[in-house]
Ligand binder design. Structure first.
Ligand code: ZN
Length: 224
């Protein structure tokens, strides 16, 4: 379950219930979010590269940030691609992921789980994941050259050799089930950025006029 709060930021209940962290998924109305000087960012390149955020500012080229340090806010920017936030409830580590279709197919999400396992000892049983607003299966139509790349994960579909619609959220859920074992909790927003022009920027809808929305997660200061 997600709720839009008074700052026009989406909050996932599964992450709000964790007392030692703060998070949010920005919308086009959340101008103050995240409103902080301690942002860690990535130069997003639609890759499968996971970076450890050790300081404020750009961590370089990549599409996921992980950290267990308070005082650093991990952030990603999206407008149709999926913003995905993660928390390891046992080891107190967090991740922010940018996953469009390329990153999804390159398995950036399970690779982020793997990187957290290597860096922080994260076990899927302790992992809470929230998948924020992105382009929905209702709107994400792709050509055959893209659709065919989803065929391995959707063996029940016979239409992936032609122009058709694909579901990035479901793809990531299947990848997590296949690679990540049993993640403790996964929440999805159910919101399509392309459908809801009142709330979200959408690159597919607005092209070069589209803004970007910031989603972010951080460990609270002084709460270890
Ligand atoms: Zn839609």
């Amino acid at each position: 379950m997600f709720r839009l709060d008074s700052e026009n930021v989406y909050r996932a209940k599964v992450l709000e219930e964790i007392p030692w962290l703060e998070h949010g998924f920005g919308t086009r109305l959340s101008l103050q979010w995240p409103g902080t000087a301690d942002l860690a960012t990535v130069q997003q390149i639609h890759s499968d590269k996971v970076l450890i955020a050790k300081r404020i500012g750009s961590a370089g080229g990549g599409d996921a940030l992980i950290s267990n340090q308070p005082g650093i806010t991990l952030s990603v920017r999206t407008a149709d691609c999926l913003p995905i936030l993660m928390a390891d409830t046992r080891n107190r580590a967090v991740a922010a992921v940018h996953a469009g279709w390329r990153g999804t197919i390159l398995e950036i999400v399970p690779k982020t789980v793997q990187a957290m396992a290597e860096q922080f000892g994260t076990h899927p049983d302790d992992l809470v994941i929230a998948i924020g607003p992105g382009i929905g299966a209702c709107c994400f139509e792709v050509g055959p050259e893209v659709a065919i790349q989803f065929a391995k994960l959707f063996p029940e579909r016979a239409d992936l050799d032609q122009q058709t619609k694909v579901d990035l959220v479901e793809t990531n859920l299947r990848l997590l089930r296949r690679n990540g074992g049993s993640v403790r909790q996964i929440a999805t927003s159910g919101q399509c950025t392309c459908c809801r022009s009142d709330l979200f920027h959408s690159y597919r809808r607005d092209r070069d006029a589209a803004g970007r929305m910031v989603s972010a997660i951080r460990l609270r200061q002084g709460d270890r």
